[in-house]
Design a protein. Structure first.
Length: 230
């Protein structure tokens, strides 16, 4: 899928739906953030969850589902780069940070030798997605819900873009473990995280008659998947 006819190019292979394409919170720390979250030790210590746990869940959305995929808050693909390099699905990788999208592009090129034709990199606002209702067969967001205070708005906007019958995949960090809660609370002070939610509070975001939802926990990470039925 190419967005060249609809959105402006801001770098090679990267497009934007925004008028102001600069100034995302993660632009200045994208490389540091990627190095940190990509380590097994960080995920084990802070979240009591392995990188393989994250990878296996994401594979269900990216490799083991079929159709058009939207990944909101894709970041630099620290956990998902190998999956996107391998999938034949038409995928839109969406993030507010242009620097994160550049890292994502570099990771895909390193994996494949080129940017795969079925992958589109698009900068935009997750709370105002530039897509019509019911556009995608699969929507996913890996490690993003906990970043926001207005979590319900984020989930609602994401699912707006999902077709009836389509499937959704989210994982997000919670305050279920003490070290996770302290870590999230500390970063919230400097506006890096949103309000710290428990498992039950997070699941309530998906409490809708039009959703069939299942979930499980690994450490402090809550994995949520399901289907939009209307």
């Amino acid at each position: 899928m190419s967005y060249s006819h609809k959105f402006k190019a801001i770098d090679q292979g990267i497009y934007s739906s925004l008028e102001n394409t600069r100034g995302a919170a993660y632009d200045n720390k994208a490389k540091y953030y990627e190095r940190l979250v990509g380590t097994e030790s960080f995920n084990r210590i802070i979240w009591d969850c392995s990188r393989d746990d994250l990878w296996q869940f994401a594979a269900n959305a990216i490799l083991h589902s079929q159709g058009r995929v939207l990944d909101i808050g894709c970041g630099g693909l620290a956990q998902t780069g190998t999956l996107y390099a391998a999938t034949a699905n038409e995928c839109t990788l969406f993030d507010r940070s242009a620097e994160m999208l550049k890292i994502a592009r570099s990771r895909l090129v390193k994996q494949s030798g080129y940017l795969p034709a079925n992958i589109s990199l698009l900068q935009g606002d997750a709370f105002h997605l530039p897509f019509e209702n019911n556009t995608f067969d699969i929507v996913c967001s890996f490690g993003t819900i906990h970043l926001f205070d207005n979590k319900q708005d984020f989930v609602n906007e994401t699912l707006r873009a999902l077709k009836p019958g389509g499937r959704f995949f989210f994982y997000t960090m919670t305050g279920e473990k003490l070290i996770s809660r302290y870590f999230m609370s500390a970063l919230r002070v400097i506006n890096e995280f949103g309000e710290v939610y428990s498992r039950q509070q997070t699941l309530s975001l998906f409490d809708s008659a039009v959703l069939q939802t299942s979930s499980y926990m690994k450490g402090s990470v809550l994995f949520i998947s399901g289907q939009k039925i209307l």
